[in-house]
Each structure stands twice: as C-alpha cells, then as structure tokens.
Ligand binder design. Structure first.
Ligand SMILES: Cc1cc2nc3c(=O)[nH]c(=O)nc-3n(C[C@H](O)[C@H](O)[C@H](O)COP(=O)(O)O)c2cc1C
Length: 191
C-alpha cells in the first residue's frame, strides 16, 4: 500500500532537554519504515526570525529574502505532506512552530498536514491540537482528521524514540495510514 512520499516534519521545541527529540525520532522511524522520504525541520538549527515579512512579501516588495526562508520555501514546496509536531505550552500550540509556519502559505496549499501533539501530562497536548486545526485551515492546507496525541511522552518514548508500550506502533500506523490516504488523494487532485 505504501508509496514513496516526500514528507516534512516540523518540530516545535528548542528547549534544552526537549522531549520533541524523542517524538521526532519516533516519527522518523515510523515514516521511513514505510519507504517515505522524511525531511525534519528542527527549529533549533533552522529557524526564521520572529515574523516581520512573510516570504512572499519579500518578492512583492522587491526585497531579497533571507536564505533560511528561501531554503524552507523550496523544501516545503517539494513536500507532498507535513506533520506538525507540537508540545502544549500553556494550553496553546508551540510558538516557534507557529512562527515558522506563518512565514509561508502557498507552499502548503491543498496539501495534507497531520497533527502530532505531546506533553508530559495525561492531556497529550490535545488543546494544542485544537489550535493546530485552525492554523492549518488558515494556511489553506488540509488537516488530516486523525491526529496523534502522545500523553506522558517522557514515559511512553525513551530517549531514542522507542515506544515503551507496544500499542504506540498501532496508533502511529492508524495515523500514518490516514495521512497517506490524504496525501495520495490530494496529490492526484492537484495534478
Ligand atoms: C512554558 C510551558 C508551558 C507548559 N504548559 C503545559 C500545558 O499547558 N499542558 C501540559 O500538558 N503541559 C505543559 N507543559 C509541560 C510540557 O508538556 C513539557 O514541558 C514538554 O516536555 C514540552 O515539550 P518540549 O520538552 O519538547 O519542549 C508546559 C511546559 C512549558 C515549558
């Protein structure tokens, strides 16, 4: 069933000791084992400044955009699908993830985005996921209805991103099957 898809995972934490690394490692393994090409945007190494001009605004104003925006635009444009991976901070989504996303829009148009949230509490970042559905609508993308909320992330995933409970693989499979369905359907529709 699996096809070769280009997918970008946008991660949402730059905190020292961040749990995001466990989640990204887990997602990298689960997606690459399906034969997908996975690109990770890690805001600790690749991050635009706080938003002033969107990437498209540089062109309309005859300005040269920073290289980091050019690179992200190229990479997002060549992606078939995305996973937005956000911790929950104060009942909200990750501000650094929102800042990256806000710089772009046409790059996401009519493409599917799967939502992965996590927290160290039992709530699994579900309040962040509610906001992510709105953000995704705002950029003209398509949110995949199935999300993957991860509670008590520090217990469910070890430092290598290996699940400490077998059912995590099943949750990931359901989520990624849905993402794949939307990716294939929308890719066909766009072409
Ligand atoms: C500023 C801040 C706000 C937080 N707010 C919440 C919250 O609203 N709900 C929750 O379940 N956990 C909350 N947490 C705990 C996070 O789930 C936990 O720190 C998690 O590890 C954050 O992901 P990260 O380590 O990848 O940054 C908060 C943590 C921080 C630093």
């Amino acid at each position: 069933m699996s096809q070769k898809l280009n997918i970008t995972v946008v991660s949402g934490s730059i905190r020292p000791g961040r749990q995001s690394e466990r989640v990204v490692k887990f997602l990298t393994k689960e997606t690459s084992s399906r034969g997908w090409k996975v690109n990770i945007v890690d805001p600790a190494t690749t991050s635009p400044n706080l938003l002033t001009l969107r990437y498209m605004d540089y062109e309309t104003q005859g300005l040269d955009a920073p290289q980091v925006l050019k690179d992200l635009s190229d990479s997002f444009s060549s992606s078939d699908a995305f996973i937005f991976c956000s911790p929950e901070y104060n009942f909200s989504l990750s501000p650094i993830l929102a800042n990256i996303v806000d710089h772009f829009k046409p790059e996401f148009a009519r493409k599917p985005i799967g939502i992965v949230t996590y927290s160290i509490s039992p709530f699994a970042g579900v309040r962040a996921s509610v906001q992510l559905y709105s953000l995704i609508a705002g950029i003209g993308a398509v949110s995949v209805p199935a999300s993957m909320p991860i509670p008590s992330v520090h217990e469910l995933l070890n430092e290598e991103g290996i699940p400490q409970k077998e059912e995590m693989h099943g949750f990931a499979k359901n989520f990624l099957d849905e993402l794949e369905w939307y990716t294939t359907a929308l890719k066909n529709a766009r072409t």
